[in-house]
Design a binder for this molecule. Structure first.
Ligand code: DQA
Length: 148
């Protein structure tokens, strides 16, 4: 059976490819999503992006009901600020991996804090768009281990 994973991108990540290329690279979100589809033909991947905190929470809650087994999320700036996003993950209890394209530890002090990292299965930071692939690989492995 294909494992069903959800890849969520938070605020401003719809601007990838246009937004500061030196930090985030030149690939658009569509390019990244298409690359993931190609790299993981045996994983059922669904994608969601929103600039709105509540919409992200709605989608996480939905994932608990629609057969999703795990989530990869780049929460954007909400990772640094959103108790509500943290509560949604605590509530649904799905394993998730937090991704940041840029190395947040090389940037402003306020980006070093994440309200998600301590409840995530793993955190991938600073690997560029390749971080999403690493996250899907890791989540698939984790779910396989859980099944055995
Ligand atoms: C980001 C890092 C965040 O600090 C920032 O607010 C983003 C993108 C990243 O992918 O590097 O929007 O999550």
């Amino acid at each position: 059976m294909k494992s069903k994973l959800l890849v969520i991108n938070g605020p401003n990540l719809n601007r990838l490819g246009k937004r500061d290329n030196s930090l985030y690279g030149s690939l658009s979100l569509k390019d990244i999503e298409a690359g993931l589809h190609e790299s993981f033909p045996r994983t059922e991947l669904t994608f969601f992006q929103s600039n709105h905190e509540g919409a992200l929470i709605d989608r996480i809650q939905e994932a608990a009901e629609d057969g999703t087994r795990g989530i990869v999320i780049n929460p954007g700036a909400y990772g640094h600020t959103s108790i509500a996003l943290r509560d949604a993950f605590l509530d649904v209890g799905l394993p998730f991996i937090e991704v940041h394209i840029s190395n947040v530890y090389k940037r402003e002090e306020f980006r070093r804090k994440s309200l998600l990292s301590d409840i995530a299965s793993g955190v991938i930071v600073g690997l560029g768009p390749a971080g999403y692939e690493t996250a899907v690989t890791a989540l698939n492995r984790l779910l396989r281990q859980q099944d055995n």
